[in-house]
Design a protein around this ligand. Structure first.
Ligand code: ATP
Length: 355
């Protein structure tokens, strides 16, 4: 069943078109990430779902009912923000059940729901603490607890982990995911971090300049990006792109002095201007059967300990090669690199669409 349907949604701020004909269908119980560079409109879209922004045109339905014009409190959604926005003078328990007390829910229900949410989040022994006596991760859990006690149809997360340090982010990522698996409530999660989106979500919506560029499962986005933007945005380090031109017989010639050729056995119109995309982790030192060979020269080497990023010049362009471990290579070495034909991505240079 669909929990959220966003239909031809547009949002203008004066003359600025912030959301452009957005269409997204979100299944009940799924975890959806909205991801894209700063300013792409992901927070605006989330705030529109919450009822904090008015739409300019189009429809938003939650559980089959249009919510256009409905105030936030009538939408049965709970939002968790980047700033935890806890009341500093209230302890954890009172922060968590504030909305229920406001609605004058029965006392027993308030106690029971607060207790259950605190248990779910491991906050049981902190209920009497004030926010100033909590760590960043604990404050973020209280902010989530405040959303959980409301038992909403939909959770909306707006970059909830941005204020945490790297280690805590990774920890909270898996906590939120586990929580989702327990509660099974539909969740929409805004982040600019593609790794966060890929590791947490069942379905990822990639946005750019108010437009949904592609929506798919994380691995589909990685394996089959619809265009050069998505290909470059998903994956770390980012995909390498090289200008090339289609020759006859499915051969692609990299635009460089040496005119390196890649035989793909895929038909393109001869003379078509292309981008060739190769992920750093797909370029290898060792040939596999039927791999394509490409010559390159090492320009520098960066090691993180477990991974080595070898920067090479390939057909006159800078290219990153990711190698697990420590390859025996030095600056200035001439290398022969290999890549499987199915890992070579081809984009039309004009439209930037995948071919
Ligand atoms: P970030 O990751 O930086 O938060 P975002 O993808 O969440 O970015 P939004 O906050 O949704 O981006 O903003 C989308 C665009 O709409 C931006 O160009 C922003 O400047 C513009 N915008 C947002 N709110 C308003 C407003 N109240 N008035 C005018 N323009 C706005």
């Amino acid at each position: 069943m669909l929990q959220i349907e966003i239909d031809h949604l547009n949002k203008h701020y004066g003359g600025f078109h912030a959301l452009r004909d957005v269409n997204i269908a979100i299944k009940q119980g799924s975890f959806v990430a909205l991801v894209g560079p700063s300013g792409c409109g992901k927070s605006t879209l989330l705030r529109t779902l919450a009822g904090l922004e008015k739409t300019s045109s189009g429809d938003v339905r939650i559980a089959g009912q249009s919510v256009i014009g409905k105030p936030p409190r009538e939408r049965d959604v709970a939002m968790v923000f980047q700033s935890y926005a806890l009341y500093p003078h209230m302890d954890v328990e009172h922060n968590m059940n504030y909305s229920m007390r406001l609605k004058r829910r029965p006392k027993d229900e308030i106690i029971e729901r607060t207790r259950a949410a605190a248990e779910t989040l491991g906050l049981g022994n902190l209920l009497g603490r004030l926010p100033k006596a909590l760590s960043g991760g604990q404050r973020q859990r209280v902010a989530m607890g405040r959303a959980i006690v409301r038992n909403p149809k939909v959770f909306l997360f707006d970059e909830p982990l941005s204020n945490l340090d790297a280690a805590l982010r990774v920890h909270m990522r898996s906590e939120i995911r586990k929580l989702h698996e327990r509660l099974k409530a539909t969740s929409v999660y805004v982040t600019h971090d593609q790794v966060e989106a890929m590791t947490m979500a069942d379905h990822v919506v990639v946005m750019r300049a108010g437009v949904v560029e592609q929506q798919a499962s994380p691995l589909d986005l990685y394996d089959r990006p619809a265009n050069k933007f998505v290909a470059g945005f998903i994956g770390s380090p980012a995909m390498n792109f090289l200008p090339a031109t289609a020759a006859s017989n499915g051969v692609v010639v990299l635009d460089s002095d040496g005119a390196q050729r890649i035989e793909l056995k895929r038909g393109f119109n001869s003379g078509l201007k292309l981008w060739v995309g190769m992920r750093p982790e797909h370029l290898s030192w060792k040939p596999g059967s039927n791999d394509i060979a490409i010559d390159a020269t090492v320009t520098s080497i960066e090691s993180t300990g477990s991974m080595t990023f070898v920067l090479v010049e390939l057909a006159g362009q800078p290219v990153v090669v990711a190698h697990s471990g420590r390859p025996e290579t030095n600056k200035g070495d001439n290398l022969r690199l290999y890549i499987a034909a199915e890992n070579v991505h081809i984009f039309d240079r004009d439209t930037e669409l995948t071919l």
